[in-house]
Design a protein around this ligand. Structure first.
Ligand code: BJW
Ligand code: ZN
Length: 246
């Protein structure tokens, strides 16, 4: 099967799930996690930044790191990959966008309500009482590796934490449920720019494959999802996705 066959599959499908990871935002200038030279985990230690324990031990370091990443996302723009995903919604009867990304580039490209499995950089909440908190309106104090003290909760004075899902934390139940339901009901799942290493999210394309859906994978590099993919479309998302829709 090649790009043309994959395009035909998409065209004829009734319910498409698009499952995205950091790779779809790479060409916008948002760093991925696991790419060898440019990935965040090649320069930063996940255990000291992306766990609840890290936040308890050094809230200023963790909050500062997420502020730095939020400011990067605010400065960049959706790319042709995000735009193609938004356009796909107008070409098939039903489309569900499921993203592991904590950026808002799908929304800004015009995808109505992507399911965020790993939360968002733009939805901070209280670490104590869990109430949502406003984004800081202070001028940008962030910078790579710079400590920034987190704001305090207006209700209970607890520390405000980033609204993302850290290692060892449960994924938001409604998001995971919606994703699992869509994956088991779709006829095509298009996985884009994910290493497929992080669970339970990586179960989503596997679930679709077990339920009989065709799995189309867009990624410049091999991933553990290669064996379940009906077709692998190697290349950057901002090139392959528009080509798939023409
Ligand atoms: C391009 C491109 C271009 C480049 N175009 N492509 C089973 C087995 C082993 C371990 C576990 C397991 N089940 C659970 C675990 C533990 C853990 C886990 O999965 N660990 C593995 C890493 C080993 N999972 C968890 O801890 C999860 N929680 C949990 O299991 O809770 C259980 C529980 C139960 C009951 C009570 C309490 C708990 C939570 C996982 C949360 C993950 N969080 C992060 C950070 C979010 C916050 C933040 O942003 O800082 O989410 S980690 C990071 O990885 C982030 C991403 O969403 C996630 C996935 O990464 P993604 O998107 O795939 O990016 P990369 O960088 O890995 O890959 C990029 C890809 O793009 C590459 O393939 C490139 O080739 C490609 N690419 N340029 C297209 N231009
Ligand atoms: Zn609170």
């Amino acid at each position: 099967m090649d790009l043309n066959d994959a395009a035909k599959l998409l065209e004829r499908s009734r319910h498409v799930v698009v499952f995205t990871g950091a790779g779809i935002s790479a060409e916008s200038g948002v760093p991925t996690f696991r790419d060898a030279l440019t990935g965040l985990w090649s320069r930063f230690d996940a255990q000291s930044l992306a766990t609840a324990q890290a936040f308890r031990e050094d809230p200023d370091l963790v909050w500062g790191w997420y502020e730095w990443r939020r400011r990067i996302v605010q400065r960049v723009h959706p790319n042709q990959g995000h735009l193609a995903v938004a356009r796909l919604a107008t070409l098939v009867p039903q489309l569900t966008v499921i993203t592991q990304n904590v950026d808002d580039l799908h929304e800004r490209a015009g995808s109505a309500s992507p399911v965020h499995l790993h939360g968002s950089l733009f939805a901070p909440r209280c670490a104590t009482c869990a109430r949502p908190a406003p984004l800081p309106s202070t001028p940008d104090q962030s910078g790579e590796g710079r400590r920034v003290p987190p704001p305090r909760c207006a209700h209970c004075d607890g520390l405000i934490r980033p609204g993302v899902v850290w290692f060892g934390e449960q994924l938001p139940e409604p998001a995971l449920e919606t994703a699992a339901r869509a994956a088991s009901a779709c006829d095509v799942l298009l996985t884009v720019g994910t290493s497929g290493l992080v669970y339970p999210a990586a179960e989503i394309p596997r679930l679709a494959a077990r339920s009989g859906a065709a799995v189309l994978q867009v990624n410049p590099r091999p991933t553990p999802l290669d064996p379940i993919a009906t077709v692998n479309l190697p290349g950057p998302a901002a090139e392959v996705l528009p080509a798939l829709l023409t």
